[in-house]
Write a protein that binds this ligand. Structure first.
Ligand code: FAD
Length: 416
């Protein structure tokens, strides 16, 4: 079924009885050409691009829970291309371009909203560093501009300008950045992949990976054994656990990151804003809730909830940036398990096991990466090589020391 205005009218006039489920609910086949573990954004996008671009249709996506239940449906929905490091900048630049046409590509409204991203500077040194990064972003060909204090005030007058402790000196503004509805991205890719013949198997947990003589054979799952010519790991916060089933030890730790949403308010915040002193970022959802988050909790965890000390820390940073936030009531908070790599950058690569591929280590930034990651991973699986824009994300960088350290915080995942 193709979604269109005419279809809405047709369904409206016929009692809305003809809408079809977004994807089928098939049983597992005994064997597939490609099995993808993880029905998050990256797994579903990979399945879609494998079928659409490379003509491989005999694919299963195995998801232990339900579609959208992982980080793809838990994040703060920020999409941006403001990276300065070689490797990152080309990748996220490409991803932002794919976001711009994604709703049309999938025939599903992912509600991509390029409402801009403002990153605040609070000192001369920070202003200089952001100017340097703005030049790098511009050199990559992406939209960016620097605002002075008056420019920031005109753009976002509700910020706390009177704070003597953290005065606002200026800001880096990327008008093409913004937000998208996170679970719509999962649903849109799932529906589009399903239409191309991909089997999406929910409640199908992978419990073992079968390997013989260094070659992949298939997987053991809660719904039986499934053989596969190629197996693609795409499980975000569970990367170490699942790779461990193949005997691999990864340069990745699992950490919990929390997100928060307030009661619905009238339109108030017109953009996405990053605080320049603490780690705090905020936007307003289309329903009116203020959506925000901060740093990860700082300890290894597989719990999808966080600790109260971090709630306090995030609230303090928010209040320092927008004092009026104190009037809003917090409605919900939740946690997601992040796969933090040692340099804060992701991994997309083959492994030493023939037929086994790995995609993970997305840390804080994997939502915005979904379109570019899916298309790069699909190409790797189909052809054996990565496109240039993702070529820096090989596992071997941890061996050779060519780390992509955007934050400059060293090999400590908890600090990225
Ligand atoms: C609170 C929070 C805020 C964030 N904010 C942003 C943001 O604003 N912008 C941004 O770009 N990024 C953000 N991120 C990061 C981003 O959400 C993740 O990097 C990205 O979603 C991870 O990829 P994914 O969508 O494929 O993961 P997931 O949706 O987690 O998908 C992985 C799936 O694998 C499944 N799985 C695991 N083990 C197995 C198994 N054994 N068998 C079968 N299935 C399995 C899981 O159930 C899960 O559904 C945020 C993350 C969190 C937690």
């Amino acid at each position: 079924m193709k979604y269109s205005v005419l279809e809405i009218l047709r369904q409206g006039l016929t009692g809305n009885k003809g809408w079809q489920p977004l994807w089928r609910n098939p049983g597992p086949k005994p064997a597939y050409d490609v099995v993808i573990i993880g029905g998050g954004g990256h797994g579903l996008a990979t399945a879609y691009y494998l079928a659409k671009t490379h003509g491989i249709h005999n694919i299963a996506v195995l998801e232990k829970g339900y579609i959208g239940g992982g980080n793809v449906g838990r994040n703060t929905t920020i999409v941006r291309a403001d990276y300065g490091q070689k490797g990152n900048s080309a990748f996220y630049s490409h991803s932002l371009k794919l976001w711009q046409g994604l709703s049309a590509e999938l025939n599903y409204n992912v509600m991509f909203s390029p409402r801009g991203l403002l990153e605040l500077c609070h000192s001369d040194g920070q202003l200089e560093a952001y100017n340097r990064r703005a030049n790098m972003i511009a050199a990559q060909g992406d939209q960016v501009e620097m605002l002075d204090r008056a420019g920031v005030r005109a753009y976002a007058p509700y910020l706390g300008f009177e704070s003597a402790r953290f005065p606002i000196r200026g800001g880096l503004l990327q008008r093409t950045a913004g937000t998208a509805r996170h679970d719509a991205v999962a649903w849109g890719y799932a529906r589009a992949a399903d239409r191309l013949g991909v089997d999406i198997l929910q409640k199908c947990e992978v419990t073992g990976i079968d390997i013989a003589n260094g070659k992949l054979q298939g997987v053991q799952t809660s719904r039986g054994v499934i053989r596969a010519k190629k197996l693609a790991i795409c499980v975000a916060g569970r990367s170490s656990q699942v790779a461990g089933m193949a005997g691999m030890r990864l340069p990745i730790e699992s950490h919990v990151l929390q997100a928060f949403v307030t009661e619905g308010l009238k339109p108030f915040i017109n953009t996405v804003i990053n605080f320049g002193v603490g780690h705090f970022y905020i936007s307003q959802s289309d329903k009116g809730g203020l959506v925000f988050g901060g740093d990860l909790d700082g300890y290894n965890s597989y719990a999808q909830r966080g600790s109260l000390s971090q709630v306090e820390h995030v609230a303090e940073a928010g209040m320092s940036m927008i004092p009026a936030l104190g009037k809003a009531r917090l409605l919900r908070s939740w946690g997601g398990i992040m796969d933090m790599s040692m340099d804060g950058a992701p991994i997309i690569d083959k492994t030493h096991i023939k037929g086994l591929y790995f995609n993970g280590g997305w840390c804080y930034g994997g939502f915005k990466a979904i379109p570019a990651s899916g298309s790069a991973y699909a190409r790797l699986i189909a052809t054996g090589s990565l496109p240039d824009y993702a070529a820096a994300y090989r596992l071997s960088r941890f061996e050779s020391g060519h780390l992509i350290n955007e934050e400059g915080t060293g090999a400590q995942p908890g600090l990225h």
